[in-house]
Design a protein around this ligand. Structure first.
Ligand code: KIV
Length: 281
């Protein structure tokens, strides 16, 4: 008899329990095939609204819709068997009221099968974090740089670099932790502030441009693979340069099609080839 060990899936509760332990490894994912590749190596897959810029080519995350998040969220859930999948709430789908946020978060969870939602905002969103978590929706909070507020913030500058701003980021993080968030994404924040916040809250902080002091790290998958070139923030480390490899492969294909070297006999059905069983094309 063979015994197969099935690795348990990470959950919001198991990630919360990782506070101060082995750092949480997180990446964004937007498709089933990406999720399949990233799942064995990550604890948390975030279907970020960064997909608006990375997948759809928008200049910001603001035009992202509920339908986009639901379609990509469901695709990622289909490809992940052990990572916890969390889906971002798009701009305008949660800020109006806790009840609006609950209705949209519940829809995202029931239509994708994800384990929880993420949305941006600190003190101002604490009531909503509490409303959702008390009603069974795990929330990953997001403080520091908040891309959905880029118009109000005046761009994508690092946060927490003045005393007043540092105090605001820390108050934001404490408010969402006290309200019940299971973890907090801390984006684009000066190291001393990210470190202090990490010390002060009982839940894990997951940094993106917020220093090694956090309890985990998240990056956009296309940023680490070198397939998104619109801009490269200082906090991104490229682990591969796939744009060049993709371009070389496509150029080789184009050349072979133009010179009739592709398709070859091995890619071609001859007359009289016996019909194969269905699904064996
Ligand atoms: O939208 C996103 O991808 C994010 C990040 C934290 C990576 O919010």
């Amino acid at each position: 008899m063979s015994i197969t060990t099935v690795e348990k899936r990470h959950t919001p509760a198991s990630l919360r329990a990782r506070k101060g332990g082995t750092p949480i490894v997180s990446l964004t994912a937007y498709t089933t095939s990406q999720a399949k590749m990233l799942d064995p190596h990550t604890d948390l897959l975030l279907v970020g609204d960064s997909l608006g810029m990375v997948v759809y080519g928008f200049a910001s995350t603001l035009p992202v819709t509920m339908e986009m998040m639901i379609n990509h969220g469901a695709a990622v859930v289909r490809g992940a068997s052990r990572a916890c999948v969390i889906v971002d709430m798009p701009f305008g789908s949660y800020q109006e009221s806790p009840t609006q946020a609950f209705a949209n978060a519940a829809r995202i969870m029931s239509e994708t099968g994800c384990a929880g939602v993420k949305f941006e905002g600190g003190e101002v969103m604490a009531e909503t974090v509490q409303f959702l978590t008390q009603r069974g929706i795990p929330v990953l909070a997001h403080v520091g740089l908040q891309p959905q507020s880029m118009n109000a913030l005046g761009g994508f500058q690092a946060q927490g670099r003045t005393d007043a701003d540092a105090a605001r980021v820390i108050a934001d993080g404490k408010a969402v932790a006290d309200a019940g968030a299971f973890a907090i994404v801390v984006e684009g924040t000066a190291e001393p502030v990210a470190r202090r916040l990490t010390e002060l809250v009982a839940v894990p902080t997951i940094g993106i441009g917020a220093s090694p002091a956090c309890d985990g790290q998240v990056l956009v998958i296309d940023d680490i693979l070198g397939t998104f070139d619109a801009f490269k923030p200082r906090f991104v480390k490229r682990y591969a340069e796939l744009s060049g490899a993709i371009s070389a492969a496509v150029s080789a294909y184009a050349d072979e099609v133009r010179t009739r070297r592709f398709p070859g006999p091995e890619h071609t059905y001859g007359a009289g080839t016996p019909e194969k069983k269905k699904n064996q094309a």
